[in-house]
Each structure stands twice: as C-alpha cells, then as structure tokens.
Design a protein around this ligand. Structure first.
Ligand SMILES: Cc1cc2nc3c(=O)[nH]c(=O)nc-3n(C[C@H](O)[C@H](O)[C@H](O)COP(=O)(O)OP(=O)(O)OC[C@H]3O[C@@H](n4cnc5c(N)ncnc54)[C@H](O)[C@@H]3O)c2cc1C
Length: 437
C-alpha cells in the first residue's frame, strides 16, 4: 500500500483543508503534490509548530488535537432531539428539492437555497463557497449581493480552506461556509479553540461526501470526453431530465472552445473502485457530515432515481437550519417532505459499508505496515468477512495504481488499458463477496 502523502509534514492523511497553514508560522505552504492533491509543503528549516499539527482533522490520537465527531457534536448540538449511531445528532430528516434552484444545481438545489436564505435572513453577510477558477475550482469569498447560481453545483476537484482560516479573524461581518466532513471538522475544531471564529462563523452547510478526488480525476474525465489536456470549465453533474438521476454527464470545454460532453456511465464506476481518491478518506467515519448545521446529499434511493433532475437528502442538526427548511416548506419555496431517518442512511449505504464497516481492517493493514493512524471513533469498528477483506485489498491496490497509472500515461486510453486488470479483479472479488454474503 503506497502512501499518497508520505512526505506530508503534518499528517500522512491529508485532504488539503489548509487548517494547519494558519498556525504554521510560515513554515508551511499549500501546493500540489505528485498525486494531484493540494497538501501542505514545508518551506522553512524551522520545525512545524505543534499547534499546526493539532489543527489537522486527521491528527493521530497521540497528537492530542482532533476530538472525535461524537464529542464535538455533543457540544455543538446539545439540544438536538435525536442521536443516531449512523446519522449523528439531528433535528429532522427530509427529502426533496428547491424548484427555483435544482435545474442549475447538482441534486435538489438545497445548498443554493439554504445559502440564499442565510443571506436574505441576515444570518451571514458573506459566503465562502466553491467557484470556477480557469481549468479548476477554488473556494472564494462571496458577498451578499452575488448571483448564487455561479456558486451552485458539485465540484469534484481539490480545494482548500486555507484562505478561509486566514480571512475569518479580519472579516467585517459573519460568514457561512460549505464543506465536506473533514473540512467541516477542521472548521469546528477552530471554532472550539478560537472565540473569534466562533463569533464569526454563522452557518455551516455540510456536503455529504463519498471521497475526495485528485485533480487527475478531472484530467482523466476531460481527456475521456475529448476535451484533451488543455480543457476549461469542467462540469461534473450535467443533468438529463429524461434519464435517471444517476445517469448524469461530465462536460468540459476544449482548447478551441468546443464543449465536450460524456455520460459518466461510459467510464464505469469511478466511486466504488476508489480510483483517484485521497487515502485519508478511507480513515474518515463521518459519512453524513455530522458537524454541519445542515447535511445535504443525493437521494440515491430507488423511489427517487427516475427523477433525472435530482432530489436532496437533508439532515437538519441545528434549530436554525431546521427553521430555514420548515419556513421554505410553509412558504411554498421548497418541494420537500419529512422522511424516515432510515431513508437517509439507505441513500448512503455503500459509503457506510466501505467507510465504517471495513475501517478496522484498514487500520490493521496500516499498523502492519508501521503507519500511524488517525484518531477514529472506536464504536464504529467492526470485523469483516474474509471475502470483504479481499475487496478492501483490491480496492486499495486499484486506488493506489490509479495515481501511478495516470502519471505515466496522462491519457485516458493509456490509463484505461493499465487499469483494466485491476478493475476486472476488483469486479471478481466484489461479486464473490456478494455471493458469499
Ligand atoms: C467530493 C464530493 C463527493 C460527494 N460524494 C457524495 C456522496 O457520496 N453521496 C452523496 O449523496 N452526495 C455526495 N456529494 C454531494 C452531492 O454531489 C451534492 O453536492 C449535494 O447533494 C448538494 O447538492 P445541491 O443540489 O443541494 O447543491 P447545489 O445547490 O448545486 O450547491 C452545491 C454547493 O456545494 C458547494 N461545493 C461544491 N463543491 C464543493 C466542494 N468540493 N467542497 C465544498 N463545497 C463544495 C458549492 O459552492 C455550492 O454551494 C459529494 C460532493 C462532493 C463535492
């Protein structure tokens, strides 16, 4: 098992949140690594301050920084009426969409709706969200009067909150931010340690995440779609109202301005195989962004799959978030209804299976190889069958090979050729595991 970020001066498990940079006393700088991730690089002979190491959401227990999600959630949402071992603490669970936003959004448009309300209701004066940046994407500060359509859509591209952590202390006003689970954890850890962050961070939208992808993922998709290496404006979730919700397309603009579109089905399963995924994601137990005010994901459920425009699963965790959703329903601005909590967990079943059930096995593998492991909630650890362990081994080999394969070939055809045996073997062991299960 090759370690994607073995040279990382903060942690071998890194998703590039950038929390460490703010406390690094100029010993660290965010930059691309050889696997296409944004990670901290050491730029000074001085040692990295302990504070920076402790700011990492993947810090090892011995470092003593990261507190587990259960403890953080207890402090954040002490009055939440329900606590569920998979969902975490929450107010209510819903499914649906925002009629005004979903056409220009990734799934039900709930993230854009919520940010709109956060600004309109004066909960925050600024947003920190992900916007286009040439061939890629970047977190940016958005003022209250911005056109929020430009902030919509999911970006499977490495981004960092480094500027957020630097900006908040000097910000005039209050801010709302979107983030995947580990980024949200980094934000909450900072709020706990620094009162000015707690005062200024007004609202956190959690983007349910099945794993962060390297920049190579976008390079591969762009080349597969025919946009070549000098593509611009990648779009990951081009919807088709006449097809099923999961039958979306990728598009990117080639050098000559032509937009190339490709159904994602053409490249096969890019999520279950773990290709281009950050290693740290295999050590994250937070499937449903348990520390956000509101958690939003795709309603990957049979009853919603036929709706090509998409629906969102929604978990409200703070009273403020629940008020936003309830008011949206009452005022007719949301086509959203309460749902059973089990529908939320069912929509992310594959993620729970991989991320939680198989974690104990992956921790064992890491220890055998003498690698440190981040602090994880021991309550989620389980034993898995021999056949599922084989799936885990092959998935890791596939994930690991995807980086070397892309670096060598830099072409979709070459990549597909090298990865074929890995994918076939993964399919075989996955089938075997299903049969035995
Ligand atoms: C890396 C990644 C993996 C995901 N995996 C899953 C999954 O396994 N299961 C699932 O149900 N859903 C997953 N999603 C979430 C899903 O794709 C939608 O983003 C989510 O349902 C919100 O849709 P929406 O229509 O409400 O958002 P929209 O209204 O389209 O708004 C999207 C919001 O997310 C912000 N955003 C976009 N990209 C990022 C990013 N990289 N980091 C932080 N904020 C961002 C935008 O700025 C915008 O505010 C993933 C998203 C990402 C970024």
């Amino acid at each position: 098992m090759k370690n994607a970020s073995s040279q990382n001066p903060v942690s071998p498990y890194c998703t590039g949140c950038g929390a460490c940079i703010a406390d690094s006393d100029q010993t660290l700088r965010m930059d691309w690594d050889v696997h296409g991730f944004l990670v901290p690089h050491k730029i000074s002979d001085r040692p990295v301050p302990e504070l920076a190491i402790k700011a990492c959401p993947f810090a090892a227990a011995a470092v003593g920084g990261a507190t587990d999600e259960d403890k953080l959630a207890e402090d954040l949402f002490p009055d939440a009426p329900t606590s569920d071992p998979e969902i975490g603490r929450f107010e209510q669970t819903y499914i649906g969409y925002s009629p005004s936003h979903r056409e220009t959004s990734s799934s039900g448009g709930l993230a854009t709706f919520v940010f709109d309300e956060v600004l309109t209701q004066g909960i925050a004066t600024h947003l920190f969200v992900v916007l286009t940046d040439g061939a890629g994407y970047k977190y940016r500060l958005v003022e209250g009067n911005a056109d929020l359509v430009t902030t919509s859509k999911t970006r499977y591209f490495p981004v960092t909150l480094q500027e957020f952590f630097e900006l908040v202390p000097t910000l005039d006003g209050r801010i709302a931010v979107s983030g995947v689970a580990c980024f949200v954890k980094a934000v909450r850890m900072r709020q706990r340690s620094f009162p000015e962050f707690d005062r200024k961070i007004a609202f956190v939208v959690g983007i349910i995440c099945g794993g962060l992808k390297s920049k190579y993922f976008t390079d591969y998709l762009a080349d597969s779609a025919g946009a070549g290496a000098r593509y611009r404006h990648p779009e990951y979730r081009v919807k088709d109202a006449t097809a099923s919700a999961s039958n979306y397309a990728f598009s990117a603009e080639g050098e000559d301005g032509t937009v190339h579109t490709m159904k994602m089905a053409r490249v096969g399963d890019m999520w279950g195989t773990g290709m281009f995924k950050a290693k740290a994601c295999d050590f994250c137990t937070d499937v449903l962004t348990e520390l956000a005010d509101i958690s939003l994901g795709d309603a990957w459920l049979p009853e919603y799959r036929t709706d090509g425009l998409g629906n969102s699963v929604i978990v409200t965790r703070s009273r403020l978030a629940d008020d936003i959703i309830r008011r949206g329903i009452e005022q007719g601005n949301l086509h959203v209804a309460s749902c059973a909590p089990s529908q939320i967990t069912s929509s992310q079943r594959a993620s729970f299976l991989h991320r939680r059930d198989a974690l104990k096995f992956r921790i064992g593998q890491a220890r055998i190889q003498g690698q440190p492991v981040p602090e994880v909630r021991s309550r989620v650890l389980k034993r898995i069958s021999f056949s599922y362990a084989l799936v885990q081994i092959q998935r890791e080999l596939t994930r690991s090979a995807s980086f070397t394969s892309w670096r060598r070939s830099r072409s979709a055809n070459g990549f597909d050729r090298t990865m074929r045996p890995y994918r076939i073997l993964l399919k075989i062991v996955t089938r075997l595991n299903r049969m035995l299960r």
